[in-house]
Write a protein that binds this ligand. Structure first.
Ligand code: 5GP
Length: 200
């Protein structure tokens, strides 16, 4: 799971990781917020009405959900379970509370990555440049970022995004190393027992 305050480049990093790795499935969240310019339904989010979201909640369709800045966001369960059953990894681009909920359910099989901005001033500059939020929302995002950053020790990895290419290389290395972990490759056990049966 990749968590970061808004304006830290998390979306660009996660989208690139998914497009570079065919065995990685991005969980597309459902949200009640309006699409921003350039966002597409089904690619960035499933944009749904509050009624539809409530209906999905009633059907227990989410692995986790949260209210963020007055809107609802949730990770639909079915596509996640399908991807896992195909042996793929699932990437969640969700907020801190959601990541903690998924971590509780998935335990040691989940990996928590936090993307750190070089400074709050830089984060504020990026939020103003993308000019998608009002001053009030930007202020709320910055003060929330402070609370989240303070919880950095709960993450397995922390990446500093002061340079996109280096931050992306760090993220890709984490992904590769985690995929190589012994516990994620049960086939190694069979290979080793065959090796041990070989005559020398
Ligand atoms: P934004 O509106 O800027 O796209 O997202 C606001 C925050 O909600 C971001 O931190 C984003 O990662 C988080 N978020 C997006 N989808 C989900 C979700 O399904 N669950 C949770 N808990 N947070 C989400």
């Amino acid at each position: 799971m990749v968590v970061a305050p808004s304006g830290v480049g998390k979306t660009s990093l996660t989208r690139r990781l998914v497009s570079d790795h065919g065995d990685l499935h991005l969980s597309i969240s459902a949200t009640t917020r309006d699409p921003r310019p350039g966002e597409h339904d089904g690619r960035d989010y499933h944009f749904v009405s509050r009624d539809k979201f409530q209906g999905m909640l009633a059907e227990d369709a989410f692995l986790e959900w949260a209210e963020v800045y007055g809107n609802f966001y949730g990770s639909p369960k079915a596509p996640i379970m399908d991807a896992l059953s195909r042996g793929e990894s699932v990437l969640f681009d969700i907020d801190f509370q959601g990541a903690m909920k998924v971590h509780k359910q998935a335990g040691a099989d989940s990996v928590l990555v936090y993307i750190l901005p070089p400074s709050l001033a830089e984060m504020s500059r990026r939020l103003h440049t993308r000019s998608q939020d009002s001053e009030e929302v930007i202020h709320r995002r910055l003060s929330r970022a402070k609370d989240e950053v303070a919880a950095w020790e709960q993450f397995d990895y922390v990446i500093l995004n002061d340079d996109f290419d280096r931050a992306y290389a760090d993220l890709a290395h984490i992904y590769h190393a985690e995929r190589l972990k012994r516990a994620r490759n049960p086939w190694i056990g069979d290979l080793v027992s065959d090796l041990l049966k070989e005559e020398i």
